[in-house]
Every structure is written in C-alpha cells, then in structure tokens.
Design a binder for this molecule. Structure first.
Ligand code: FAQ
Length: 321
C-alpha cells in the first residue's frame, strides 16, 4: 500500500471516531506524542503514590488507614495499565522508567509538593484527584484504543478517590477550630498547584493544537481548567471554606467563574526539577527500582523456567492447548 493510502485510512479513522489500534499504521509523530503523554501519565500515577504514602502510618483511624492504603494501591494499578498501554506502542517498560529516572520524562508538577498535615490527604483526594478526573474523563474518548480503554477503569476509581478526599475535609470542616484551620490551610496550599496540573495556557502550550487535531486531547488545557474552577468554586461552599483567590467571582455574562493569574514562573520552576520535593521524589523512585531488582530477576527466572518446561514437554503443550 502507498504511503498516502495509509495516511488516508488513518485520517478517516480519526474523522469517523474509529479507534486507532496498536497494529494500525500511524504517523510517527502521533506515536511519539502518545508515548510521551502516556508514559508521563504513568509516571505521575506512580510518583503520585509518594506524597500520600507519607501518611499511611499516621492516618487518624484504622478505617482511614485502610481506605488510604486501597487508594494508593489503585494508583499503582493505574500506573501499570498505563505502562502497558505505552508498551503497545513499541517502548519497553525499562525504557520509559529509565527516562523518568534520568530526568528526560516529566511527571505531574503537583507531586513535588509536600504533605504536611492529614488535611493534605483530603486536599489531594478532592483537588488533585478532582483535577485528574476532569482531564481523564475526556481521555476516555481519546483516539488511541488502549489508552482510551485504560482511562475508563481509571476514571471509575478516581471518582471514588475524590469522594474520599472530600469526606476527609468535610469531617475536618465540622470539627474543632484547629481542624478547621488545618482544612483551610491545606486548601490554601493545594489550590494553585492543582490549577497548574492542567498544563500551560493554551497560547503557551506547544502540543495542544496538534493533539486536538489527532483527537488525543478532546479539550484544551484552559477549557478543562475553567471547568474545574467552576466545579470546585461551588463545592468549597459545602465545606464552609474559601479558595485562596480574591479574584474568584462568578461572571454572569460568561456563565463561568473568573479567577486570578496562576504563578507560571512557579509552575515552570517545578516542571524543570526545582520544586520543593523533586529531588526526593526521584531519589525514592530510583531506590525502589534498585531494591526491587531481585523481584524482577526472580519473576523472570520463574517465567523462563516455566517456558523451558513447556517447550521440552510436548504433552504439557497439548494439555495447555
Ligand atoms: N506537570 O503542550 P502541553 C493523577 C509539560 S494523574 C509537569 O500542554 P500536553 C492521578 C508537558 O508534558 C496526573 N509537566 O503538553 C493521581 C509538556 O512537556 P514535554 C497526570 C507538565 O501533553 C491523583 C510541556 O509541559 N495526568 O493526578 C504539566 O499537550 C492523586 C508543554 O505542555 C496526566 O498526565 C504538569 N502539570 O498537555 C495519582 C493526564 N503540564 O512533554 C496519585 C494525561 C504540562 O513537551 C494521587 N496528560 N506539562 O517535555 C495530559 O492530559 C497532558 O499531557 C497534559 C499536558 C494536559 C498534562
């Protein structure tokens, strides 16, 4: 088949909402964009376990501890689905993880902030998972099949995560004065970094335009951020708390909330590796990778042993078939 035929089949599939699958022909740049986005997304899920992991031993009750453990385990699962989706594009798990460790691949800026109090776990669930879902619901309709299918399951779990976060803050907001102060303080610290999760303004985003044309992204960074602000500006009233933005006001003409300017210098500083916890996060991940070497070796040896057993015993092959 000629190149222009392949390009036409690809373009027609995108236009008619037929998913692109791993064996389909796709432009190199489409593949590259997906590998970049999906692997960075996977890294975010795995690095995202660390700020919350910090509170497993200090959760205020057995019930909260069990819920937090389950949530963090879910994030590990999301990382695995996403690393697998990236593998369908021809990159190995080792390659993508290596790029995280050597600083070539990014992960979400949000996970470079510290979790100072228990209320931060509530704020992560409510705001960080809330922002993640806002972005990920549209990714359920992304044009690459394995990514879209992974997102459907991830979104179901993330919406549980957001509710548990809101529940933590709701409990604190109805508690003692100290608990109320802790709740407001966490909201103050996590609000602006949560808005940064959606990425740079559309005008400064090098990838959005092409990703929208390929239907990898179905909404722009600014559109999603606005939806998030509109949602949270209402939910915060239920908590009886406020968002730390004096410019946050309902605009009746736009039918949206107006909000203040994000500190983009801080955003880029964190993205480039100079946030409060960047070094610590990567060091922890590298350490976990090194300490897990024996598990990978044992699993590989086990798989090889099984394979050589079935290869040398045709009767077992027949039984397996
Ligand atoms: N942090 O042109 P754009 C979660 C980079 S999952 C760091 O707008 P694009 C679950 C961007 O990569 C959260 N870097 O790029 C959880 C690009 O750099 P590059 C993660 C950022 O790809 C909850 C450059 O800036 N979610 O939270 C950030 O079109 C709780 C230019 O940007 C996803 O990854 C940032 N915030 O749009 C886990 C969703 N923003 O690659 C545990 C999938 C931008 O050229 C606990 N990803 N950059 O070197 C996406 O939707 C997109 O990749 C965007 C960025 C929207 C993040």
């Amino acid at each position: 088949m000629q190149m222009h035929d392949l390009e036409k089949i690809f373009a027609d599939k995108i236009a008619t909402e037929i998913k692109i699958e791993p064996r389909d022909w796709m432009p190199d740049a489409y593949r590259k964009t997906l590998v970049r986005q999906i692997s960075q997304h996977a890294h975010s899920e795995v690095v995202g376990m660390l700020p919350e992991g910090n509170w497993i031993t200090r959760a205020p009750s057995l019930k909260r501890k069990a819920i937090l453990l389950a949530k963090i385990q879910d994030e590990a699962g999301h990382g695995l689905y996403l690393y697998s989706a990236a593998e369908t594009l021809g990159v190995s798990r080792e390659e993508t993880i290596n790029e995280l460790h050597n600083g070539k691949a990014k992960y979400s800026s949000i996970f470079n902030y510290p979790t100072l109090t228990w209320a931060d776990i509530g704020a992560i669930g409510w705001l960080v998972d809330g922002a993640a879902i806002m972005n990920q619901v549209m990714l359920c309709r992304t044009s690459y099949g394995p990514y879209a299918r992974a997102m459907v399951r991830i979104c179901k779990e993330e919406s549980f995560h957001q509710r548990q976060g809101f529940d933590i803050l709701y409990t604190l907001s109805k508690g003692s004065d100290d608990q109320k102060t802790m709740c407001q303080d966490a909201i103050n610290r996590w609000w602006w970094p949560s808005l940064m999760m959606f990425g740079p303004k559309d005008a400064d985003s090098p990838h959005t335009d092409q990703s929208m044309k390929w239907k990898i992204k179905r909404m722009t960074n600014d559109e999603l951020r606005q939806r998030f602000v509109d949602m949270i500006a209402e939910q915060v009233k239920v908590l009886g708390m406020v968002l730390p933005d004096p410019k946050l006001t309902w605009n009746d003409e736009r039918k949206h909330y107006d909000f203040g300017e994000i500190d983009w210098a801080e955003f880029w500083q964190v993205v480039k590796g100079y946030g409060p916890c960047n070094k610590q996060r990567i060091a922890t991940r590298k350490n976990a990778w090194d300490n897990g070497a024996w598990v990978r070796e044992a699993a590989l040896a086990h798989a090889q042993k099984r394979k050589s057993r079935t290869d040398t015993h045709p009767s077992q092959n027949a039984a397996a078939a």
